[in-house]
Design a binder for this molecule. Sequence first.
Ligand code: SF4
Length: 345
Amino acid sequence: MALSLLARHNPLASAEQQLHLLANSTACPPFEQRMAAASLHPLHATGITVFQINVGKLCNQTCRHCHVDAGPDRQEIMSRDTAELCLDKLAQTDIPTVDITGGAPELNPNFRWLVERARALGRHIMDRCNLSVLLLPSQADLAEFLAQHRVEIVASLPYFQSSQTDAQRGEGVFDKSIQALQLLNRLGYGSEGSGLTLNLVHNPVGAFLPPKQEAVEAQFRRELQRRHGIVFNHLYTITNMPISRFLEFLIESGNYDGYMERLANAFNPTAAAGVMCRYTLSVGWDGTLYDCDFNQMLELPIDHGAPRHIRDFDPAKLHTRRIVTGNHCYGCTAGSGSSCGGTTA
Ligand code: SF4
């Protein structure tokens, strides 16, 4: 299996190195300049409706496009103490949705405890699932657990054919993904009226923007049903962010400048006004607070006077905080935008 950037000692494992490349791109104007022209700079949060917890970088896959640089070789994992802190702070709020991500979040030993506790608080839970994790022998009862706790599943599936999916996610991942989707369907996931939501996420396999979401959703719905009898609720298209392993791919394939230019040329003020950081709070595995999971991976914590750690959680300051932006943000504002916030998006 492929190794993470960190395990390969690749310079791009450094957030500082990535930020340097992004800030010095000559293919696009500074993001803040473009936002100012759209009267969106400085960008502020409009509240918090999604409490996103990244429980660590451990994953059973090493996908080529991963913005987390996750993989089996990553050790960073949220402790029970930090997870407890998250729930204590969450309990003080009426934030309706808890979005659990990773890595493969289910591999964190505290994942099920976190789900049970957040459900007991009456919150809607989303699990960012890579699908293949459901087939691991150690996770034999995971799908049933998720169904029992009415967890919404947001699952990555780059394409409905194996070649494109395996090229991005690893040899054999497509077949496992199909088996996992069929397992979820058998439990009721994806069926109207079951109350078990199964959403898919499609991202392009190369250095281009995703096509229109409605068209891709219709195509996936038709082809997955026809080929494998699979049903799902919604499909989101997301743009690959020019960071981490996708940045490595862009540079190695000679596509970096062209991709940044493409993103900037597709800047959409409506998408920019609706970016997910405006309604999301992102907690890192060590409790550090971020505006989004992308800023988290670039080690850009919350700034401008708002608290930076979950222990100092202060809803009043965080609800209207100023958001930390950079040229990577063009990935969120291109075309129709890029969000897969589940039922809240
Ligand atoms: S990358 Fe993060 S901070 Fe930037 S626009 Fe997207 S969600 Fe907001």
